[in-house]
Design a protein around this ligand. Structure first.
Ligand code: MN
Length: 285
């Protein structure tokens, strides 16, 4: 299944370029952002009802709806630091020397308030002396709570997969804010376009991702090249804290990250998931 959120918190299934609104069959459906976590917590038991209902719903063209972040307010938004060797190599320098990789460093946290959706612009704050980068990444959405679950079994706790741009303000020689803050500006975690459930992607190492900036191919990667693969990212995180339904874990960026400016367009395509195309704009506040 491809699960989307749209038009003020409605939940829909994507099929052949169209969306079917399943909100009416969801008992207790609410438009607020936190509802999606409840929906995900009950997804396994809801699934047969959803599938039956969706078959009876008239499809709407995707162009007629406004897609929103599929998980707008996860309890936890975790992220892998350097998790592709080629990206680690491109980041070597005085500001990252000795930084290690996801294997040694584990995860970092982005504020969930930085999440935006597929129809939102990425908004750059008015800081003309600072550099802002895109990092295209595959993200995992947790389906069932996971505490101390070994890698061999942890995929059973996954709802599915989506795309996340880990937008980042880089440090300078003199400005070295916490990574969490530099990556947590509002709209700095665009997520989408929807979640593809794990039954459609039994082996997530088969996922690939391409990213373009203004039409120029910048990133082209396979998750086979992750330093720490998805089962081990999740298993290790679940040994630190309990992963919650709806939690998002973004797996780290491949090589080819680059700077964005107001007016740019960034686009990510994961063939097994979908495309996420975003404009970069000036933040109006
Ligand atoms: Mn990243």
């Amino acid at each position: 299944m491809r699960i989307a959120r749209f038009d003020g918190g409605r939940i829909g299934l994507i099929e052949e370029g169209a969306i079917r609104d399943i909100s009416p069959v969801l008992v207790g459906w609410r438009p607020d952002a936190a509802y999606m976590n409840d929906f995900i917590a009950h997804f396994d038991e809801l699934r047969p009802t959803i599938a039956t209902y969706a078959a009876s719903v008239a499809p709407q063209a995707l162009e007629e709806v406004r897609l929103e972040a599929p998980v707008p307010r996860p309890t936890q938004l975790l992220a892998a630091p350097l998790n592709f060797q080629a990206h680690r190599d491109e980041m070597k320098g005085p500001l990252t020397a000795g930084a290690g990789t996801a294997a040694e460093l584990g995860f970092f946290v982005k504020a969930a308030g930085s999440i935006a959706g597929p129809s939102d612009d990425v908004l750059l704050p008015d800081l003309p002396d600072r550099r802002f980068d895109f990092e295209g990444e595959i993200a995992v959405v947790v389906g069932r709570a996971a505490r101390a679950v070994p890698a061999e079994r942890v995929l059973d706790h996954v709802l599915g997969y989506t795309i996340l741009f880990d937008m980042t303000m880089r440090m300078t020689e003199t400005a070295r804010e916490e990574r969490t803050m530099r990556k947590s500006f509002a709209t700095f975690s665009p997520l989408g376009p929807w979640i593809v459930t794990r039954d459609e992607i039994p082996d997530p190492s088969r996922l690939g991702l391409k990213v373009w900036r203004n039409g120029e191919l910048r990133q082209d990667a396979s998750l086979r090249d992750l330093i720490v693969d998805i089962p081990n990212l999740l298993a290790r995180a679940s040994a630190v804290l309990e992963l919650q339904p709806g939690d998002v874990y973004t797996t780290g960026s491949p090589a080819g990250v680059g700077q964005v400016h107001v007016g740019d367009e960034i686009e990510a395509d994961a063939p097994l998931i979908g495309r996420l195309r975003l404009r970069v704009a000036q933040r109006p506040w």
